[in-house]
Design a protein around this ligand. Structure first.
Ligand code: TTP
Length: 414
């Protein structure tokens, strides 16, 4: 997307903020569908004999028992005992117990990458801020009249193709879009039109505002300021003398003023496309046709993005949720749609006779050509570890990388 013309008002921007719901827990449910609808805690330190550790995330069912992120795991276990303990301990109520799973960053990163790819196909300007959060500038892709439908499609694709749920907020700027994505979690979609921004922000508690931590919140409360609406009424000079520049920012953000442009960060590491069959099929002709269509779409996207690829792969999902991936690496990077088709057709032969639920095609090991490079200024690569200071979420140490990566684990309660 080209640079915005000088003098164009920031309210002309359409910014979306996407934030996955209980992300690590949703990832665990992907490979263990039996956990769907169950209270589920992802964290460290709950195995017997361990006492140290904390909750990384809790499913909404587990939150209903009072379990929350960053809580000591011992506290979580006292609120929501482990199902396997409840099954053998007559003092515990099995109905009031839940499932616990360890953190597996490698797996969550792979799911995150699939989500990012979808985001990158819908918006030219994507700013990845963490493993499960990104801003999109969609000004050029849609209009205020159509934005709800536009964002619905992104949500649906993430749900259907990846299997996790994103809450998305849309507003004329980043700070309001972030609040909007949180406003109706889980599975939220909130659009704040430019003329509604003040009304939307008025009841928002100060803690929800960009850059307000517990200390600032306490100070503001002492001054009788509880909501963004109160901040709008506050004296700007007083805020600046108390909090410096941040006070000025607060004053602006509370009235929906935030001129920051969504500067891109994060290049896709791969480009892929997936498609599920209405019913699982063994019809090889049908499967091949679908795979070749996807191959064409992916190769076309790579060409459009001026990307060269060295690895071509397929993904075959057989019921209920067995994910098989096969890939072939080439000796050098190419942009060759015919080759993509030849390779995927060849990789597919191994699955002759299998019942297939879903297929996918992926090109990876990407290199961006000169034309693409010139548009990638500031794309510092992915990884999600360089959040802006004011957006940094204190993540818990994730301990050692989990060695159960990729393994399909059975439910603990058997
Ligand atoms: P968040 O986006 O803060 O929240 P969430 O995914 O738990 O759930 P929701 O947005 O629906 O309320 O965090 C993103 C991921 O970061 C989360 O899935 C786990 C990880 N995380 C930690 O490891 N430790 C923490 O203290 C927090 C807050 C998050």
């Amino acid at each position: 997307m080209g640079a915005r013309l000088p003098g164009v008002r920031s309210t002309d921007r359409i910014v979306a903020h996407a934030d996955m719901d209980c992300f690590y827990a949703s990832c665990e449910r992907l490979r263990e569908p039996a956990l769907e609808g169950e209270p589920l805690v992802v964290g460290m330190g709950y195995e017997s004999g361990e006492t140290n550790g904390a909750v990384a995330t809790a499913s909404y069912e587990a939150r209903a028992f009072g379990v929350e992120s960053a809580q000591a795991i011992t506290e979580a276990l006292s609120k929501l005992p482990r199902k396997r303990d409840a099954a053998i301990d007559p003092d515990l109520d099995i109905e009031k117990s839940g499932f616990y799973r360890p953190v597996d960053m490698a797996f969550y990163e792979s799911v995150s990458e699939e989500v990012r790819e979808i985001l990158h196909t819908h918006a030219e300007t994507v700013r990845e801020v963490s493993i499960d959060e990104a801003y999109l500038d969609i000004t050029e892709q849609t209009t205020w009249n159509e934005v709800e439908e536009f964002v619905h499609e992104i949500k649906d694709r993430i749900h259907e193709e990846v299997g996790v749920i994103a809450s998305i907020g849309v507003a004329p700027n980043m700070s309001t879009a972030k609040i909007a994505s949180d406003a109706e979690k889980p599975d939220g979609l909130v659009v704040v039109h430019p003329e509604e921004i003040r009304e939307f922000l008025a009841p928002v508690l100060i803690e929800e505002l960009h850059g307000v931590g517990p200390v600032t919140a306490r100070t503001l409360r002492e001054r009788g300021i509880e909501t963004a609406g109160d901040l709008v009424e506050a004296d700007r000079h007083a805020l600046v003398s108390e909090f410096g520049e941040r006070g000025a920012d607060l004053y602006d953000r509370a009235r929906g003023k935030d001129d920051r442009a969504v500067t891109p960060k994060g290049v896709p590491k791969s480009l892929s496309r997936e498609s599920a069959f209405a019913e699982p099929t063994t019809d090889m002709e049908e499967i091949e046709t679908r795979v070749l269509t996807l191959a064409e779409a992916v190769a076309e996207r790579a060409t459009r993005k001026d990307a060269l690829y060295r690895t071509i792969g397929i993904k075959i999902v057989t019921p209920p949720f067995d994910v098989n991936t096969r890939a072939r690496s080439l000796s050098g990077p190419v942009d060759d749609p015919a080759l993509v088709k030849r390779v995927v057709r060849d990789l597919l032969t191994e699955f002759e006779g299998e019942r297939v639920r879903k297929v996918g095609v992926r090109v990876s090991n990407l290199e961006f050509g000169a034309a693409a490079q010139s548009n990638l200024d500031g794309w510092a690569g992915t990884g999600g570890s360089t959040s802006e200071p004011d957006e940094a979420v204190e993540k818990l140490p994730t301990d050692k990388p989990n060695d159960r990566s990729g393994q399909i684990s059975l439910s603990e309660f058997e």
